[in-house]
Design a protein around this ligand. Structure first.
Ligand code: SF4
Length: 373
């Protein structure tokens, strides 16, 4: 792995577990922060190849609880071992409850230039129903403080949380549209087995909106955000012109990236690597950056599927000629036939050499990909 220009770093610790979360994250293990940080630092040191890095994304977990002295040590290590001269975007994910002036100032001094704030929805009752450890007042305060330090602020929202009706959602959108944001991500709630939310839904203690309601709210959300100059550039992502996330675009364009930290994945253009996912095992690792726990060499069919899925997630869509180039003659005919049917159903646009999903098509992306391949 030496051809990457993009770095992902995983901080796996959280203050509490949100009921819908199936990410690799742990609560009440702050005592392991130092040890975890030491491993991250030693992995960075062992790399020492001075790759030119264009984007960095620190995600989690909750990176906004990464103790500042440790984060500082880690970023110094990054700067010593990678070339930051072409660094364009350096994002940290943050929970509004963790935001303080001191933290914002430190992050800025360390070179972070983009904040991604997990807002989810602006309603205390709905947040507490899903165990989300933050309040509306904290979100407003966090944005007020953050705008003094960062020009590039993004917020994450979750569409479809239990107890969030049209009014609450519209109100959330109106408030965030009044904030000084450059980017908004709107994720559809996914219900995962083995989460507390799954149990609560099963016991009829909480209820989800049906698919028609979700699709109606999604469409209204896209329209509202576009009216407020947040242009949709991917199924879940909206940005003011020039503020599309360069890091995410690298994933969707299948560029090589290195993932550091528990369970993080890396990609070199042909092979995907996954780091150790067990925290105890991970903490025993010594200088073994290339000793990935799993490696997956993608078959031609997997590459094709991945290209199609990633291309269709984005507004610019896929290039028809390069897609056809990878298909056998027989599959080419099937592909073009399906494409035409989807076009007639209003789910896909074909425009010159490109094909891309309509707003209606975005919600059916998985089904459409399966139909095409
Ligand atoms: S803060 Fe994020 S990673 Fe942590 S439990 Fe909540 S959703 Fe999961």
């Amino acid at each position: 792995m030496n051809n990457f220009e993009h770095l992902y770093i995983h901080w796996p610790f959280c203050r509490s577990k949100c009921f819908y979360c199936d990410f690799l994250s742990f609560c009440n293990l702050d005592n392991l922060s130092q040890e975890y940080n030491d491993i991250l630092c030693s992995q960075v040191k062992s790399f020492n190849n001075l790759n030119k890095i264009k984007t960095i994304f620190i995600g989690g977990g909750t990176p906004s609880i990464w103790p500042i002295n440790l984060l500082e040590k880690f970023i110094i290590e990054l700067k010593n071992n990678f070339d930051f001269s072409e660094l364009k975007e350096f994002t940290i994910e943050a929970n509004p409850a963790d935001i303080t002036q001191d933290k914002l100032a430190c992050w800025k001094n360390l070179g972070i230039n983009r904040l991604s704030m997990g807002i989810q929805v602006l309603d205390d009752n709905a947040l507490s129903k899903v165990g989300r450890n933050q309040t509306v007042a904290q979100a407003i305060n966090a944005i007020n403080l953050a705008q003094n330090y960062f020009d590039n602020i993004s917020v994450d929202l979750i569409l479809g949380l239990p107890g969030v009706d049209d009014n609450i959602w519209e109100n959330t959108l109106k408030i965030i549209a009044s904030w000084p944001l450059k980017h908004v991500s709107v994720y559809l709630l996914t219900l995962y087995k083995k989460t507390k939310l799954f149990d609560l839904i099963k016991k009829n203690e909480l209820f989800l909106l049906n698919d028609d309601m979700i699709s109606d709210i999604y469409e209204k959300t896209v329209n509202f955000l576009e009216l407020n100059n947040f242009m949709q550039y991917e199924i879940s992502n909206f940005a003011k012109v020039g503020f599309e996330s360069a890091h995410n675009m690298a994933y969707w364009d299948r560029k090589a990236y290195l993932g550091l930290g528990l369970g993080a994945s890396s990609f070199d253009g042909t092979t995907r690597y996954i780091n150790e996912k067990n925290l105890n095992n991970y903490l025993k690792i010594e200088n073994s950056l290339l000793d990935f726990a799993q490696k997956e060499n993608l078959t031609e069919q997997q590459v094709l599927l991945e290209r199609l899925m990633l291309a269709l997630r984005t507004k610019k869509g896929g290039d028809l000629h390069s897609m056809l180039y990878f298909l056998s003659d027989e599959k080419k005919q099937d592909f073009l036939k399906e494409l035409n049917e989807l076009k007639n159903l209003g789910l896909i646009f074909v425009d010159g050499g490109n094909f891309y999903l309509t707003k209606k098509g975005f919600l059916l992306e998985n089904e459409i990909v399966l139909k095409l391949i």
